[in-house]
Design a protein around this ligand. Structure first.
Ligand SMILES: *[C@@H]1O[C@H](CO)[C@@H](O)[C@H](O)[C@H]1NC(C)=O
Ligand SMILES: *[C@@H]1O[C@H](CO)[C@@H](O)[C@H](O)[C@H]1NC(C)=O
Ligand SMILES: *[C@@H]1O[C@H](CO)[C@@H](O)[C@H](O)[C@H]1NC(C)=O
Ligand SMILES: *[C@@H]1O[C@H](CO)[C@@H](O)[C@H](O)[C@H]1NC(C)=O
Ligand SMILES: *[C@@H]1O[C@H](CO)[C@@H](O)[C@H](O)[C@H]1NC(C)=O
Ligand SMILES: *[C@@H]1O[C@H](CO)[C@@H](O)[C@H](O)[C@H]1NC(C)=O
Ligand SMILES: *[C@@H]1O[C@H](CO)[C@@H](O)[C@H](O)[C@H]1NC(C)=O
Ligand SMILES: *[C@@H]1O[C@H](CO)[C@@H](O)[C@H](O)[C@H]1NC(C)=O
Ligand SMILES: *[C@@H]1O[C@H](CO)[C@@H](O)[C@H](O)[C@H]1NC(C)=O
Ligand SMILES: *[C@@H]1O[C@H](CO)[C@@H](O)[C@H](O)[C@H]1NC(C)=O
Length: 774
């Protein structure tokens, strides 16, 4: 058998040698009798064309074992043991008892491959190792480092890692992953939760594990494609080319600066591997997330990108400015209690914002946005970039001298002129904060970067601001007497609705000028008057365009009433369940985002996080402009900031309740995310989660049915004939399924939800929501 094979192979390489295994055909290296060393010839084995070489490559005063292109630059395309230090002069590559190994000094040995008999440095740049019967047992193409060459595949699950720098070949700061969902994605390596930090994606995710896809670089024209690896059907062309240059080698490399590019290296009579860039995944370095390290940001000087340290920090290594910056002064002792993310301070003047940070020794950065919103941060800051559309100013604590006397820490604006003029676009930073998002091993989220809702939201915001300004001036949070409210509601004549906590009536204030909704609380209140007032004041301080405003309250004896702004277009439940025709898809998508933003404010932007505990369509109201606003928040008690408190007794509404309510484990903000997920699915389908009297039993519980449709790739079934854009539908359903995971930790934070809805990140394939079988 072995013999037949050898003969076939000899025929194949068309060589005249007879089937003696000691005498291999041309190009094959008999390993037992061949060695390489950095100083004694041969130091490498070259391919028949002489364009590629495998062997020892000088690196400073040491050597790497690798493969390089024999152009002017000797471009390295593959390295062995890249994360080990380079090897010294006395290193040796040799084969003992079939083990191809790298020996450094007398004792240290690294086995590269076992039972190796022959090797071949191919003209493609593939170094192949064969066993005694000429079976390929190892090839460098199967273990790419930062480069793939023409003819090479990057298969599902495989990744390229950039090298660290021009002079350091070890694993660097960026990676390119060929994901099982069909998406090819670039990430910074240190992005642990990964999904939100991607900076480029091919956008070819198919949902589910496609699992048989590969990136392929065509060796005749340098075309870069994604294709099915079983039948080689092309799925996407990343770079198309009509070149037909002869004597050209193509390579695709993830560079140390995070750029992924396709190159051609032409070897004709008058050029020795002249390199040119054919295609680049991102246009420029400043778009590479993490191009500049911690505490620095990217900017350009004519054509050169470079990194600038944030004020108060210096380069870690002034020779390697991509590696980030460190604080260059020590402040007097701080507990460093916060902040892994932002600490939100609310709306205030810029001066208050600055002072707030000055007085707080843990605050190192204060961010002041266009809406007068202040938040505090601590260093390090990751992925800082300049964007004057978001922040109006960023302030950094800087030390005058690097000594730890209290009064030596002063606080200056990042750019002195920034404070007074709004048009200068100097140092204004937006900080892209990594949002933790636990996912399974194959993560497939990536950027897409389209803000589909931008126009619409802007329009709504403008309208609202005008309407709201008048309201705020007229009505401050106020305490009413029972009599006043009785009169305003004409003795509780017109009922607007019934909620979990009581009945809501229409009222008129300010001499008939202002319509309000008056809620008479029935069951909940056992707190004393003082606690009730305190709680109401806390709720009254929350202002957000997606929250129904509390205008006032009344507490007299056992009577408790709340006065809210009047919402003319009733509830989301009416809107989606009772409308004669389904509301337009775009409207539903916009409402989903409205609601998510309202919850985001409650969870992350209030003084103390508020868990709503009863998110459902009945509690989401619509104003004159059809902006969705959440009502009844804060009634389920304000949470302590430590979030460890457990609630006794189940609040909320069946169907929207997260499973942990039944399990006697602490309730967290993730309980709201669950309810939000159910609402989202209801918005998609315009039906309630539970719908009995259906002929098909699998459709009774919407959340189960939605998962089944998703797995089967039959999402259109959920819409009963309505035509919507497939991608948008898939996005909403996937997000809904992530939100309703039984395991709270798997549900995304509301912040990630907003980002995903805004289209900034794509959404991974959700696992089955329930652990028990459906
Ligand atoms: C070479 O490898 C092939 C495939 O792994 C195996 O079937 C064959 O037995 C090996 N030959 C020798 C001589 O080890
Ligand atoms: C390359 O970088 C790694 C990680 O920073 C370091 O451990 C190693 O010593 C460096 N190697 C060289 C040759 O500079
Ligand atoms: C994804 O792959 C895993 C493991 O290969 C498999 O168990 C699972 O069923 C696949 N899921 C889909 C949706 O194809
Ligand atoms: C590579 O490109 C050439 C020229 O367009 C084409 O003929 C060939 O089929 C391509 N190879 C593969 C494997 O797709
Ligand atoms: C190959 O890709 C095509 C087009 O995207 C797809 O329809 C087909 O199912 C894929 N085939 C395999 C075997 O994955
Ligand atoms: C690339 O993948 C295709 C299909 O899976 C395979 O036929 C081909 O041999 C692979 N090429 C290399 C160099 O591994
Ligand atoms: C690292 O990669 C860059 C391109 O990204 C290349 O120019 C450089 O030679 C490589 N250095 C080493 C030591 O591999
Ligand atoms: C930016 O460009 C100017 C002149 O164009 C030069 O003087 C300066 O050194 C450059 N700065 C950096 C950081 O490259
Ligand atoms: C810290 O770095 C800033 C520039 O980022 C510089 O202006 C300041 O003088 C440095 N302070 C010390 C103590 O080195
Ligand atoms: C710091 O300065 C303030 C006034 O600017 C002064 O009241 C305070 O005592 C000083 N603290 C120290 C430690 O010198």
């Amino acid at each position: 058998m072995a013999c037949v094979y050898v003969v076939f192979l000899l025929f194949f390489v068309s060589f005249e040698a007879v089937g003696a295994q000691e005498e291999p055909p041309a190009g094959f290296i008999t390993l037992e009798s061949a060695t390489l060393s950095p100083t004694i010839q041969p130091t490498s084995w070259t391919s028949p064309s002489g364009l590629f070489a495998f062997g020892f490559y000088p690196q400073g005063s040491d050597f790497l074992l690798g493969i390089w292109l024999m152009d002017e630059e000797k471009t390295l395309v593959w390295t062995a043991h890249r994360d080990d230090p380079p090897v010294p002069l006395d290193a040796k590559l040799l084969t003992i008892n079939g083990k191809l190994l790298l020996r450094t000094g007398q004792s240290e040995e690294k086995v590269i491959v076992e039972s190796a008999s022959f090797a071949f440095m191919r003209d493609s740049g593939n170094f192949m190792v064969y066993n005694q019967s000429f079976h390929v047992i190892w090839e460098s193409f199967k273990f790419p480092t930062d480069t793939i060459l023409g003819g090479q595949n990057l298969t599902t699950g495989a990744q390229l890692f950039s090298n660290l720098s021009e002079t350091n070949h070890s694993t660097g700061r960026f990676r390119l992953g060929m994901q099982p969902d069909g998406n090819l994605v670039l990430y910074p390596v240190d992005a642990l939760p990964m999904v939100l930090d991607a900076y480029w994606a091919s956008g070819t995710s198919e949902g589910g594990n496609v699992s048989v896809i590969q990136m392929y670089l065509n060796d005749t024209n340098g075309e870069l494609v994604l294709r099915n690896s079983t039948n080689l059907v092309k799925r996407a062309i990343l770079y198309t080319s009509s070149r037909s240059a002869k004597n050209t080698i193509y390579s695709a490399r993830l560079s140390y600066d995070g750029m992924f590019r396709v190159y051609s290296h032409s070897f004709d009579s008058n050029s020795n591997g002249d390199k040119s860039v054919l295609w680049s995944a991102v246009d420029e370095e400043c778009q590479v997330r993490g191009f500049c390290g911690l505490n620095s940001y990217c900017t350009r000087n004519d054509s050169e990108p470079y990194c600038v340290c944030l004020p108060g920090t210096d380069f870690v290594d002034s020779n390697q400015k991509l590696l980030g910056c460190l604080k260059n002064f020590t402040e007097y002792s701080c507990n460093n209690i916060y902040y892994s993310a932002s600490y939100h301070m609310g709306t205030m003047s810029m001066e208050e914002c600055i002072n707030g940070c000055l007085e707080d020794c843990n605050c190192e950065v204060a961010l002041y946005d266009k809406n007068g919103y202040c938040s505090k941060r601590a260093l390090p800051l990751k992925y800082a970039r300049s964007d004057e559309n978001v922040l109006s100013a960023a302030f950094f604590k800087v030390g005058k001298k690097s000594i730890e006397i209290k009064n030596d820490t002063s606080f200056i604006p990042a750019h002195t002129t920034e404070v007074t003029t709004t048009s200068t676009k100097d140092l204004v930073l937006i900080l892209v904060i990594t949002v933790g998002f636990i996912t399974c091993s194959f993560v497939s989220l990536a950027i897409s970067g389209f803000f589909i809702f931008k126009f619409r939201v802007a329009k709504y915001r403008r309208l609202l601001e005008e309407g709201k300004r008048g309201l705020m001036e007229e009505l401050k949070m106020q305490s009413f007497s029972y009599k006043e409210l009785q009169k305003a509601s004409r003795n509780f004549k017109e009922e607007l609705g019934k909620g979990a906590f009581g009945t809501v009536y229409l009222g008129v204030l300010h001499k008939g000028k202002k319509l309000v909704a008056i809620k008479r609380l029935e069951k909940m209140v056992e707190e004393g008057e003082r606690e009730f007032r305190a709680e109401m004041r806390a709720i009254g301080r929350t202002h957000h365009k997606n929250l129904v405003r509390l205008l006032g309250y009344c507490t007299e004896g056992s009577k408790r009433l709340l006065v809210y702004e009047y919402m003319s277009n009733r509830s989301l439940a009416d809107f989606i369940f009772k409308s004669r025709t389904r509301p337009p898809w775009d409207e539903r998508v916009r409402i989903a985002l409205d609601v998510a933003r309202g919850i985001l404010y409650l969870h992350e932007e209030c003084e103390a996080p508020i868990i709503h505990c009863d998110i459902k369509p009945q509690n989401i109201l619509m104003d004159d402009f059809w902006t969705a606003k959440i009502s009844d928040f804060g009634l389920a008690k304000l949470l302590m900031p430590d979030q460890t408190r457990t609630f006794t007794g189940v609040r909320g509404t069946r169907g929207y309740l997260a499973p942990e309510w039944q399990q006697n484990i602490p309730i967290s903000v993730k309980a709201d995310v669950y309810s939000y997920g159910i609402v989202l699915l209801e918005l998609v389908c315009c039906r309630r989660d539970l719908k009995v009297n259906l002929s098909k039993p699998e459709e009774i519980v919407l959340s189960n049915w939605a998962y089944k449709c998703f797995v089967a790739g039959e999402l259109y079934k959920l819409l009963g004939g309505e035509e919507v854009e497939r991608k948008s539908l898939e996005k909403m359903v996937k997000l809904g399924l992530w939100c309703i995971q039984d395991e709270p930790a798997l549900r995304p934070s509301i912040k990630s939800i907003v980002l995903m809805l805004e289209g900034i990140t794509e959404i991974a394939v959700p696992p089955c929501p329930t652990t028990t079988s459906m």
